[in-house]
Design a protein around this ligand. Structure first.
Ligand code: ADP
Ligand code: ASP
Ligand code: MG
Length: 419
């Protein structure tokens, strides 16, 4: 029997009615003759609630217990989905990560898959089971402890199962009817895309578009999983949603395909550091050791007379996720205290956001950066840091201008019209 993977996000399983609605979708696919692997998230809000419990109980928590606690939301929805399917006469059972087993590394809170042996679930399908409901977001380490894959990780569970079971397709059911040119909650002019290239989706996801977890897109690209994003609230149809696919299948010819934003950024500047070989390594080494994900980096030009010095000093600025700021500050201050680096002052700005334009068309269109900067300047938005790659340009700006910047860029690159 062909295998289909269907993943339901938090809003799609937010209460018993919605679980029933999702179960009906599963039943439709079972009726078509598929063996279905259903991946469920926790009910919406549940994981946040559990994370809150952990932080309140123990701010410097044991990450193994964090995972044991925050993974539990998915156990509830997996069981409820299996029960609902049984009520509909479908042979279904639930699986927690350790039962499959979903083997992961022991990097608690950000674990990665090692492998997903098929034998147990294949055995059940062979016995006549029609649906395996698997709790998303979780796995088990070699030490036998429960792990989680990072927020939004159920998407990655779904794609990993699609790859491991050679599924015909991986359908990600969520609360929007596909991938849009930007977050439809920020711009009413956002347009739904029929298709988006893996590379573009990867950039959009890693730059903040949370509709798919970044790792899920990486895996889909690596294993060539046919990945579709669609709404669990709309009537079923064969061409619903957005297909995430290889670049060759895309006909749009625009320079920019989408605008992403990330609200949760912090900007750190080390004022007056020595400008000499090895200084960047001395700064970013301790940050890496502390697990800080440094994103954008700027080093000012050091010139003679800079800040009253004879030369040989500069400022170093970088951005990182705002929830890693405390760790970054500690790592840098520790390195300063034991003489590994020297700087006058550390300035942290937490009122910043990152806005990015993404498009594979940038490879062949010139002038995208100029247009982006001109658009922001017309709106009076000051750019603090810039980063570019072959298919994206990101800027760090004051957070209060974030929505304005997204909308202005969406207009400037004419994303509301097909091209
Ligand atoms: P789920 O709980 O189903 O996993 P998420 O909340 O994680 O859903 O992701 C869906 C949300 O992603 C949407 O509600 C939307 O606000 C947001 N989003 C951000 N950027 C985009 C985009 N470019 N296209 C579609 N949705 C986006
Ligand atoms: N429930 C987890 C979260 O909220 C995983 C997921 O929904 O993908 O992050
Ligand atoms: Mg999600």
């Amino acid at each position: 029997m062909p295998i289909l993977v269907m993943k339901f996000g938090g809003t799609s399983v937010a209460n018993l009615d919605r679980i029933q609605r999702a179960a009906k979708r599963v039943a439709l696919e079972v009726a078509k003759g598929y063996d279905v692997i259903v991946i469920v998230s926790a009910m919406s809000g549940e994981t946040n609630k559990l994370v809150g419990f952990v932080n309140e109980t123990s701010p410097l928590y044991d990450a193994r217990e964090y995972d044991a606690i925050v993974s539990s939301g998915e156990n509830v929805t997996a069981g409820l989905m299996a029960l609902r399917l049984q009520e509909m006469g479908i042979a279904a059972r639930s699986w927690q990560g350790w039962q499959v087993p979903i083997n992961t590394t022991s990097a608690h809170g950000a674990a990665r898959f090692i492998d997903i042996p098929r034998d147990n679930i294949d055995g059940k399908f062979a016995e006549g089971f029609q649906v395996a409901v698997v709790a998303g977001f979780q796995g088990v380490s070699a030490e036998g402890r429960i792990t989680t894959l990072g927020r939004g990780g159920s998407d990655t569970t779904a794609v990993a199962f699609a790859a491991a079971f050679e599924a015909e397709r991986c359908d990600i059911y969520t609360d929007v009817d596909g991938v849009y040119t930007t977050d439809p909650r920020i711009s009413s002019k956002a347009r739904k895309l029929d298709k988006i290239a893996f590379e573009e989706m990867l950039e959009l996801a890693s730059l903040g578009a949370k509709v798919l977890q970044t790792r899920s897109v990486e895996l889909a690209m690596r294993y060539n999983v046919k990945l579709r994003v669609l709404s669990s609230f709309e009537e079923p149809s064969d061409d619903a949603g957005t297909l995430v696919c290889a670049e060759e299948m895309i006909v749009e010819s625009k320079a920019v395909s989408g605008v992403a934003y990330s609200r949760d950024e912090a900007k750190v500047t080390l004022v007056t550091v020595e400008d000499k070989p090895g200084i960047a390594a001395a700064i970013f080494g301790p940050l890496a050791d502390a697990g800080v994900n440094v994103d954008m980096i700027v080093q000012n030009i050091a010139e003679s007379g800079y800040k009253g010095h004879d030369g040989g000093v500069t400022d170093m600025t970088f951005s990182c996720p705002v929830d890693q700021l405390a760790r970054a500050e500690k790592a840098l201050n520790d390195a300063k205290a034991d003489g590994r680096i020297a700087f006058d002052r550390l300035e942290a700005d937490t009122d910043v956001a990152k806005v990015s334009v993404v498009g594979i068309g940038m490879r062949s269109h010139a002038g995208v950066a100029a247009k982006m900067f001109e658009t922001l300047s017309k709106e009076g938005v000051n750019i603090k840091v810039i980063a570019t790659s072959e298919i994206k340009i990101s800027v760090l700006i004051d957070r209060k201008y974030m929505e304005l910047a997204v909308q202005a860029l969406h207009d400037a690159f004419e994303l509301e019209v097909e091209g």
